[in-house]
Ligand binder design. Structure first.
Ligand code: AMP
Ligand code: MG
Length: 353
């Protein structure tokens, strides 16, 4: 692990997997070393509906100060974008659906703008107005029952990001009454991005910001690349290790993250806007990209797009690398990841050129 000077991952895979798993149940984790005065410190907080881990390689005082600042920034973003907080931009937009424009912060405005663009780019797979169906899908709750098809059909007209209108001076409105937006597929990536920017601006040259398994890295760990794990979607183990370069982010969308089983069928939290139902192609999609906001949005997009459209997208967008794990556990990965990704669970990869 970490000996990547030849561009290949070496060492005992099984041992590596076991060691990583011992460190975290989240599926992504790292080795810690002490070195001179600075050391690797980890700060953990429940935020963004998940757990945020900051790994900071610096002297203790600096690491502590930076962690406080980063957690404050993440809470600020959560206050702006949570659909549940009454003062948030997203809450206010949803409350005024079908009425006038709502003025929001420039960041919320930008994320909505990017989301609308990615909606077009993904042929409608990515659509933050999926949230119009949100009340029908209580996926993950204990008493989950899938909604009747007619009810889903009856609400599907609320899902169409072309009906999210962007006005001047950061104003947004939803054209139909009952429409809702949710930034759950992109805001976490943005929070990671802002956190890394703060860490860099404070002089941190080695570290990680990770939220629920999604992360971006700064630098390396004592000269060796940071290594992230991709979870096996059906086992409590890691399927792959991926070597990351300075500034890389890696984000996974998975059908195991929030789901309910009903009469033996899995219903997860990622909705195909065309059908209004959870998608049924992939069990996980991991995207590696320089920008965690886009990595987050693209992982959800590809997850919904399914195999053929994802492959077409990856061929067109060479800056996006992905690992696609099908419901049949067949794995396809961008050929640009050759030499950077190592199978830990004997899962074979077919390369997408
Ligand atoms: P992620 O784990 O990043 O793939 O995000 C999943 C979250 O995105 C879900 O919990 C929903 O909040 C939201 N979501 C579900 N379906 C879609 C979709 N088709 N487009 C955009 N966001 C979605
Ligand atoms: Mg996402």
């Amino acid at each position: 692990m970490g000996r990547l000077s030849t561009g290949k991952l070496k060492g005992s895979h099984k041992k590596t997997a076991v060691t990583i798993l011992a460190l975290t149940a989240l599926g992504v984790s790292f080795f810690l070393f002490k070195w001179g005065k600075s050391a690797v410190y980890i700060f953990t907080r429940p935020m963004l509906g998940t757990v945020v881990n900051l790994t900071i390689n610096a002297d203790k005082q600096l690491a502590q100060n930076v962690s406080v600042e980063v957690f404050e920034e993440i809470s600020r973003i959560e206050e702006l974008m949570s659909p549940y907080r009454e003062r948030s931009d997203v809450y206010r937009i949803n409350k005024s659906a079908g009425e006038g424009f709502v003025e929001v912060g420039y960041e919320t405005f930008e994320l909505i703008k990017i989301s609308k663009e990615i909606s077009i780019e993904s042929g409608g797979a990515f659509d933050i107005s999926f949230a119009g169906l949100g009340s029908l899908w209580k996926t993950g709750s204990e008493d989950f029952i899938p909604p009747a098809r007619e009810r889903v059909m009856g609400s599907l007209h609320l899902v169409d990001s072309r009906n999210i209108e962007l006005g001047a001076e950061n104003r947004v409105r939803l054209l139909k009454r009952g429409m809702k937006i949710g930034l759950g597929a992109i805001a976490k990536g943005y929070a990671i991005r802002r956190s890394i920017e703060i860490m860099r601006s404070r002089g941190i040259t080695s570290g990680i910001v990770e939220a629920g398994g999604d992360l971006q890295v700064i630098g390396n760990k004592y000269g060796k690349p940071w290594i992230a794990g991709i979870r096996n979607p059906r086992e409590n183990s890691l399927a792959f290790a991926v070597a990351l370069a300075d500034g890389d982010s890696i984000v996974t969308s998975g059908d195991y993250e929030r789901f309910s089983l009903y009469r033996g069928k899995r219903y997860h939290h990622i909705i195909d806007p065309r059908s209004g139902f959870p998608t049924e192609t992939f069990s996980s999609v991991t995207v590696i990209h320089r920008n965690p906001t886009l990595a987050d949005a693209y992982s959800t997009s590809l997850f919904v797009m399914g195999y053929d459209r994802s492959v077409e997208f990856l061929k067109k967008n060479k800056d996006v690398s992905a690992v696609l794990i099908g419901l049949n556990m067949k794995v396809h990965a961008s050929s640009r990841l050759k030499g950077r990704i190592e199978s830990l669970d004997e899962m074979n990869v077919s390369w997408v050129e």
